[in-house]
Design a protein around this ligand. Structure first.
Ligand code: ZN
Length: 255
């Protein structure tokens, strides 16, 4: 085991209130590209500002759904990977209080994590823009993927918007407040797979650091907060995270 994995495991084992912050990098091993990254190919043919803003959605929902249709299909078939499972194990063992995620794919919950706060919303439910009724989105997403049908409210005929946050849309206040509360009182923040470029994910580490919480950062690429990390690992999350969690749980098992 390398020294960084060992050090990260020691910090987690020694902490009382661990919070994880995850981003697209934890789901790439499940085949899901970064929704917001300009490097994924999702934006290759379409300017995101033309389809994936709340303004564009309101005026041309069909364009949005046409664009997101392949991604919705990718998410439908994606399975949680070893990185998701590792965090679920850490929570089950009492070493992780909350996962704050930028992801909209629901894979943490499917891996067994229970306390998950989705600061960019999710694709599992949808809201009618006319009457504000909320629906589970599975049947609508299935119809979208299979037939290209724009999801419509069965009650009033209004267009349904997935509860994933679009560009220009307000973040979910409750989730954001829960995330900030948890980070304010944590003594260790574990960031996995976030480049920390998008607000509010970029602010949360500073909140943790400001009250001397330990800060572990695992990401494929360097981030602008690497210099603040107690442990910084640039590697494959689906491989490193299980190693760290196994080391935490092995330490715990020792007499
Ligand atoms: Zn409606």
């Amino acid at each position: 085991m390398n020294e960084f994995v060992q050090r990260a495991a020691e910090l987690i084992a020694g902490a009382q209130h661990v919070v994880a912050l995850t981003g697209a990098g934890i789901s790439t091993a499940s085949g899901i590209p970064d929704f917001r990254s300009p490097h994924t190919g999702l934006w290759a043919r379409v300017d995101p500002m033309e389809v994936a803003t709340i303004y564009a959605f309101r005026h041309r929902p069909a364009d949005f759904y046409n664009w997101i249709r392949p991604l919705a299909n990718t998410m439908r078939v994606a399975q949680p990977n070893e990185g998701h499972s590792a965090l679920a194990r850490l929570e089950a063992a009492g070493h992780l209080e909350m996962i704050i995620t930028q992801n909209i794919d629901g894979l943490h919950q499917r891996a067994g994590s229970r306390n998950v706060v989705e600061i960019h919303g999710n694709m599992q439910s949808a809201t009618c823009l006319h009457c504000y009724r909320v629906y589970p989105s599975k049947s609508f997403i299935d119809a979208l993927i299979n037939d290209g049908r724009v999801p419509i409210c069965p009650e009033c005929g209004g267009v349904l918007k997935p509860n994933a946050i679009l560009f220009g849309e307000q973040l979910p206040v409750q989730a954001l407040m829960a995330a900030k509360r948890a980070v304010s009182s944590c003594d260790l923040l574990l960031v996995a797979g976030s480049s920390l470029e998008v607000v509010p994910a970029s602010d949360l580490p500073m909140l943790a650091i400001s009250h001397q919480a330990k800060f572990i950062l695992i990401n494929r690429e360097p981030t602008h907060l690497d210099h603040q990390g107690d442990v910084v690992i640039h590697d494959d999350i689906a491989q490193v995270l299980p190693e760290i969690v196994s080391a935490v749980l092995a330490d715990r098992a020792e007499p």
